[in-house]
Design a binder for this molecule. Sequence first.
Ligand code: MG
Length: 379
Amino acid sequence: MRSLSILGSTGSIGRQTLEVAETCGHRVAALTARSSVDLLEAQARKFHPILVAAAEPTAAAALACRLADTDIRVLAGEEGILAAAALPQADTVVTALVGIAGLAPTLAAIDSGKRIALANKETLVCAGPLVMARAKEKGAEIVPVDSEHSAIFQSLQGSHGKELKRILLTASGGPFFGWSREELAKVTPAHALKHPNWSMGAKVTIDSATLMNKGLELLEAMSLFGVPPEKIEILIHRESILHSAVEYCDNSVIAQLGAPDMRLPIQYALSWPHRTPGPADPLDLFTAGKLTFARPDVTTFRCLALAIQSAKEGGTAPAILNGANEVAVARFLAGEIGFLEIPRVVETALNTVPRGERLTLEAVYEADRAARAAAEAVC
Ligand code: MG
């Protein structure tokens, strides 16, 4: 059993991690969120962590009052999140924060030698080579929570060095699979937030609708598994039953299948290298029906083409892509720009923001800042 620090405990992954912890008997040592005082308090009272942190100082102050009758430590701001990431009593940090905000706490957890149950894809998208090198140096395990990367990770168990030929990365295709650009131009936030198979947070749901999510996952897979973009094939698989696969040098394909239920990859990231019974739904192949596969339409879904382009370029290009996308998605959710404006904003940033000389953390943060400014300017 593990002792967990859950960064982003009130979001979709955070809440499901607590379900897994409860069923599988993991201890909860720390919980953090941005500002959800009511839910953080309820979670703290139920799981009795050592530490709770809220990124927003007013939320942290309110939480400290509410938990005054307990011996739970309450911290505020970025320092509070970093303290939870490095908490000595936790051996595993679940990074369920959204956006590049996950980068600094993930590095803090790596520096403390924790197992990282990685649910924040932007960390590897923006600074993958740096993060992986740091983890290797510190002896910190990084186990993916993202369902596709968990499937790849599971399919790679028991393999050795150079046997991997390529990765087959599956995508549901989102709610607008098969749509034309004319149809996409009319999409509203409410419509884009209805994902056919998965229940997720707003940012990742919009990224799924634009297919940017698959581009970010390609970048994430490159770092996690040490493969170039040419060795990652993206397949649209509408049923979300086969969660990704690997092809070995002997042409054998090993895949992981399961019901679309995030609790399974979360649980595996905690229990690896072992398996235990857990709360995830079982898969019934008789009711699953046909499994279908198709190539993605990167002409209509420009975000995926831009992500592949930035993956091939490397350096700070993926951080620029990500920063501009975070701004564009927020503006789309606020009803300020249209659905097809998202790739236009990202492309503008990629075309105008200068590249860093070398990939350093400073260069990543500078690329992110410049990309956000370039995106804001055209929103
Ligand atoms: Mg995914």
